[in-house]
Design a binder for this molecule. Structure first.
Ligand code: 3UK
Length: 544
């Protein structure tokens, strides 16, 4: 099958052409669609000039942009901080447009300002998760040919431990020799945004891969605006009086969009907090009177029993993403708060959420429908579209899509112009999309296909179960055996009788052949920093 190649790129505004030079070959790009009028961006575009400079120029300088533990910044103050950092990048660090800058820090205003400054200066932001260690950082630095690092002082050890660390400035410890703040103090002048092309790469976001070399996903200036103009605009109805709050790190595109870009796009405010637990997130919602909350399903599950005691009247949208939302969690959250959760599937390759539903559009059990701006379908193993009610590979396209930095795996993610996310999904006659499992996590036991998520869903309805993960364990007789790892609620003791009770409970809830033949009790589930269950650790027995 032949496809028209995407339109030629416009002239780059960058001096250093590394990112463009390492885009995948055009024939391997997904199709891009800009079907909505709000997605018609000009050829010259700097996303921070739009998000920040224009907001201030329109008279919004005195509005609050960011709330945090230690400081609150107006749009004008955030702009001034961004400009100072941009000057430091160019003058003190001697960087030029197109250079890559690695960022490392927990969620706070200076970390946000650093990311925005890199983009505004026409450099390429490479945000990294606070928990990454030197060996993982070394791979990213090498892959993206990072020219400098902006790092929270408290996280510098892993950079210092590198054999050949790039030049680094640290924030949060102003007396250190390589502190960012005294250098910022030298630059009071406004910084003119780099005259970048809408299709110049501004962000390389590394996927939270489990093994091997991490994949760097490359995104353009226009992409960062496009995600603001799809999900938050159409599904959430984001507006200037919203206050966005949540847990995902800014280094995860879920957090970058939800807590920084989305609020800035509509003149609203983001709340950036460094360490959050179910308790403290609920308290923070009350304290900042947050209206929109972003976190992972397991967080909502843990918050539900605490929610009755919290003051949550300000909340109007609670968004769950990162992994499948169990129906039991949606129900528990609704019972506790009266709120119908917004489930949304997003991916680093597509930057943010592309299938979701809110309000009376929610169909429990389904993720939702394609977000305006995106289209989706279900493909079989040969890349042909399948009809309703058949489980296949989820495929999507829209204004954003997968462009891996110099990576052979581009061929796996993009099939005939579709982004194939690696998720097994099914569509109903009304166009709703239902998550089943990761394509490679489908359990095949004695010839049956069993989606781990469905068994988890059943187990979560048992009153003794706090959390659980269900995987396929290799088995001589059945090929794979359904095995459940169960975390019990406080005060409940594990026992063989309870294991049998859980098995019986599943058999009564869903088709009996799906019940977990093995039940193991553990203290906590292995999760990534982004809240995803690490099934490979359950399978390998690493979780003990
Ligand atoms: C899974 C979901 C079922 C799914 C992300 C919102 O998670 C994000 O990006 P990642 O690259 O992972 C992508 C994969 O995660 N997933 C995410 N959301 C859901 N599965 N239901 C969901 N609601 O396997 C997907 O392929 O880490 C999420 C916004 C930005 C993101 N980067």
């Amino acid at each position: 099958m032949t496809r028209a190649l995407p339109a030629a790129l416009s002239p780059s505004g960058y001096l250093d052409q590394f990112a463009r030079a390492h885009l995948p070959p055009r024939a391997l790009w997904p199709d891009f669609h800009f079907a909505l009028p709000e997605l018609a961006y000009p050829a010259r575009l700097n996303c921070v000039a739009v998000l920040l400079d224009q907001a201030v120029a329109r008279g919004g300088g005195a509005r609050i942009a960011l709330y945090g533990d230690h400081e609150t910044l107006t749009y004008a103050e955030l702009l001034a901080r961004v400009d100072r950092i941009a000057h430091v990048l160019r003058h003190d660090l001697g960087l030029v447009s197109g250079n890559r800058v690695l960022l490392r820090g927990a969620n706070n205003a200076t970390m946000a300002a650093c990311i925005l400054a890199v983009l505004k200066a026409g450099m390429v932001a490479v945000p990294t998760m606070p928990m990454l260690r030197a060996t993982e950082l070394a791979k990213i630095i090498d892959k993206a040919k990072v020219g400098a690092v902006l790092c929270a002082a408290g996280l510098r050890a892993e950079i210092d431990a590198l054999a050949a660390p790039p030049p680094m400035l640290c924030f949060g410890a102003p007396d250190a020799a390589d502190a960012l703040e005294p250098r910022m103090a030298q630059h009071a002048a406004p910084f003119a945004a780099c005259d970048s092309a809408a299709d110049d790469v501004c962000l390389i976001s590394f996927t939270s891969g489990t093994t091997g070399v991490p994949k760097g996903t490359m995104h353009f200036h226009r992409d960062l605006l496009a995600i603001c103009d799809c999900f938050p605009r159409h599904t959430l109805g984001a507006r200037a009086d919203d206050i966005f709050i949540g847990t995902p790190p800014l280094a995860f595109t879920f957090g970058l969009g939800g807590l920084l870009l989305f609020p800035l796009r509509v003149g609203a405010a983001g709340v950036l907090l460094e360490k959050l637990s179910p308790d403290t997130l609920l308290a923070a919602v009350a304290r900042y009177r947050a209206t929109v909350c972003f976190t992972a399903p397991t967080f909502y599950r843990q918050m539900a029993p605490l929610a009755q005691r919290a003051e949550l009247a300000s909340l109007r949208m609670t968004v769950s993403a990162g992994e499948a939302l169990p129906l039991a969690t949606r129900d528990a959250w609704r019972a506790a708060t009266g709120l119908e959760m917004v489930d949304g599937i997003g991916a680093t390759e597509l930057l943010h959420i592309f299938i979701a539903a809110a309000g009376d559009q929610v169909r429990p059990g389904a993720t939702g429908k394609p977000v305006p701006g995106y289209q989706a379908c279900i493909l079989d193993d040969d890349g042909a579209e399948v009809g309703t009610g058949i489980v296949g590979r989820l495929a999507v396209k829209g204004p954003t899509g997968c462009r891996y930095l110099a990576d052979e795996r581009q061929r796996d993610y993009v099939v005939n112009g579709w982004n194939v996310t690696g998720d097994a999904y099914e569509r109903d006659a009304d166009g709703y999309y239902y998550y089943r499992s990761r394509t490679d996590d489908m359990i095949i036991s004695a010839g049956y296909n069993i989606a781990g998520a469905e068994v988890e869903e059943a187990l979560l309805r048992h009153p003794a179960v706090a959390e659980c993960g269900v995987v396929g364990r290799p088995d001589d007789q059945r090929g794979q055996l359904v095995e459940a790892f169960v975390v019990l609620k406080g005060g409940v003791a594990p026992s063989p009788e309870l294991a049998r009770a859980l098995q019986d409970f599943v058999k009564q809830t869903i088709a009996p052949y799906k019940y977990p033949r093995s039940v193991r009790f553990i203290d906590r589930l292995p999760r990534t920093e982004t809240g995803k269950l690490q099934r490979f650790k359950l399978r390998s027995g690493e979780a003990g």
